[in-house]
Design a protein around this ligand. Structure first.
Ligand code: NAD
Ligand code: UDP
Length: 328
């Protein structure tokens, strides 16, 4: 396409590029950006994502999908205004299965995508994670906490890749003056999660709907705080439009133990499933809850979807996915 056509398009509509755009969060982000009138380019190598998540966008003239591994050199023609870098395995069983691709996408992938942001003078947002806090020694976790990460444990491939990605992002901001944002995402759930990705939300819902035992790792006293996907995306979008460069936690502070979570899934689905206790994975964080005071203050953001509402929508999605009747 000639450059003047892109220039004209740029005046009329903003172009956003989403790496990991065929994943759970990336595909929802593509939907949100399109709904806000952006032209969207999604890049994904389909390692843990699926074209099923974006098939509803086929034929949308403002949406373009490129199958590409961002750890390799990246060329995108034309203007790009915003880059959202979400590409990375995200589930513990995914990054344990793909330890080296996880390290590479956090390091080499982030470097390539930052290079693209520099070439395009684009705003760059990286999807970081609560895992940068590791097994936290302060609770809830504030952005100024530096974390308690085991660099050589099995989870280190993910945690350290994201910590490197944050460091690289701040270096590009300070040295190259790129407009960068860092979102530290806490456990987020919703439709389009992979049923077998091993994360606790699809794991327990899938087990409950199939009548299999729910597999609690450890004694179930470890805690997590679950955020519904639409709330997370609202926070990410607000952050991308803000003038903040320091990391911002986005998550829902409503904390529960994994045992309470299992009991809720049993109650809501009405399953006859039992609970099966399994060994706790190495370095599994004992507690996790975001302190969202910063997001409240600078983004005017806070979660709106209560767990009771979001989990029912998510269960309905998985029922349909499994070909079950809508009502149990
Ligand atoms: P996901 O696995 O559904 O999506 C990740 C996508 O990245 C997949 O489509 C995958 O194919 C793609 N990808 C991986 N390596 C790639 C590469 N080298 N090149 C191009 N594409 C690549 O996971 P998700 O839950 O949607 O997570 C998205 C991002 O958000 C990740 O960066 C993750 O670390 C971060 N995050 C998610 C959560 C959460 O609770 N969902 C929490 C913290 C952080
Ligand atoms: N978990 C569990 N059973 C499962 C899957 C996960 O008890 O089948 C636990 C896991 O050990 C952790 C919590 O649920 O304490 C959340 O795990 P998840 O994989 O969703 O993400 P994490 O927050 O650990 O990154």
């Amino acid at each position: 396409m000639p450059i003047d056509v892109f220039t004209k398009q740029r005046q009329e509509m903003r172009t956003s590029l989403v790496t990991g755009g065929a994943g759970f969060l990336g595909s929802h982000l593509c939907d949100l950006l399109l709904s806000k009138g952006h032209r969207v380019i999604a890049i994904d190598n389909l390692l843990t994502g699926s074209t099923r998540n974006i098939e509803h966008l086929a034929g949308n003239g403002n949406f373009h999908f490129i199958e590409h591994d961002v750890t390799n050199y990246l060329y995108v023609p034309g203007a790009v205004d915003f880059i959202y870098h979400l590409a990375s395995p995200a589930s513990p069983i995914d990054y344990l299965e793909y330890p080296i691709p996880t390290l590479k996408v956090g390091a080499l992938g982030t470097h390539n995508v930052l290079g693209l942001a520099k070439a395009k003078c684009a705003t760059f947002l990286i999807a970081s994670t609560s895992e940068v806090y590791g097994d936290p020694l302060i609770h809830p976790q504030r952005e100024d906490y530096w974390g308690n990460v085991n660099p050589i444990g099995p989870r280190g491939v993910y945690d350290e890749a994201k910590r490197f990605a944050e460091a690289m992002t701040m270096a590009y901001h300070r040295y190259h003056h790129i407009d960068t944002k860092i979102v530290r995402i806490f456990n987020t759930y919703g439709p389009r999660m992979r049923l077998n990705d091993g994360r606790v939300v699809p794991a327990f819902i899938g087990q409950a709907l199939r009548g299999e035992p729910l597999t609690i790792f450890g004694d179930g006293t470890q805690t997590r705080s679950f955020c519904y996907v639409s709330d997370l995306l609202d926070g990410i979008y607000r952050l991308s439009q803000s003038d903040t460069h320091d990391p911002v936690n986005i998550g829902n502070p409503a904390e529960m133990t994994i045992r309470q979570f299992a009991e809720e899934i049993v109650r809501i689905t009405g399953t006859a499933s039992s609970i099966d206790f399994r060994p706790l994975p190495v370095d599994d964080p004992r507690v996790r809850q975001p302190d969202i005071a910063l997001a409240r203050e600078i983004l005017g953001w806070e979660p709106k979807v209560a767990f009771a509402e979001g989990i029912v929508t998510t269960i309905a999605y998985f029922r349909e996915f499994l070909g079950l009747d809508p009502v149990s």
